[in-house]
Design a binder for this molecule. Sequence first.
Ligand code: KIV
Length: 271
Amino acid sequence: MSAEKEIRRVTTKALDILKKKKVKITSLTAYDFITAKLLDEAGIDIILVGDSLSNVFQGNETTLPVTMDEMIYHTKAVTKGVNRAMVVVDMPFMSYQLGADDGFRNAGRILKETHAAAVKLEGGKRVAETVKKITENGIPVMGHIGLTPQSIHQFGSYKERGTTKKEADEIFEDAKILEEAGAFALVLEKIPASLAKKITSSLNIPTIGIGAGKYCDGQILVTPDMLALNVDFHPRFVRHYSKLASEINKAVKSYIVDVKKGSFPSVDESY
Ligand code: KIV
């Protein structure tokens, strides 16, 4: 039996085994019950309720506006659709930046109210104490370094990170610090493939890349992006696996035509 099939429920331990066996870890985002159920049934390992829901679900320009209550509302719907995948929840902007105690309180609230298995938060050295506090109290934390969208106003653009030696060294150091603080996995976003390779081979915990090349232990994409449901956002790291926006457009146009001309509903579709 393959390593993935042996796993009946994806846990932090299962992810460690996948890394050791060099079996790639797969991850996608979901914000609702039906999408989560479809991803889980297809065999995805990690479902992230990303704060990208601020962009792709709520229509905001950045991830900053989404709240704790909104993350919890969406995660409750997601966990109902999942049997096998590990559900990880993004801690929204300002739910952990005030310090370790506040971060721990909010992480605890997320797990208690949603049935998710882990939280994710952005940053390296500056959040190490918070990661330590949360993990020491039994809540798994996924780190997220490189391009961290909650800091977009400080970065000034969504350009890749870690392209200078100084910044690459800082990101590498952050990765080591997060592992030391107890993180069970790290998202590496939009950094050079060579840096992601160095981090991946230096850590015992798995790395999950997005725009970080092929050497990471796993990959994550935002589901509406990879299904081409959200066609306004197409950076080069997003591969389109479907054409959902144009499929939906075609389907809705056909429905409009059928209703207008009276061919829907038919006799068979009536009572
Ligand atoms: O919010 C999100 O969807 C994420 C992924 C892009 C990693 O953080």
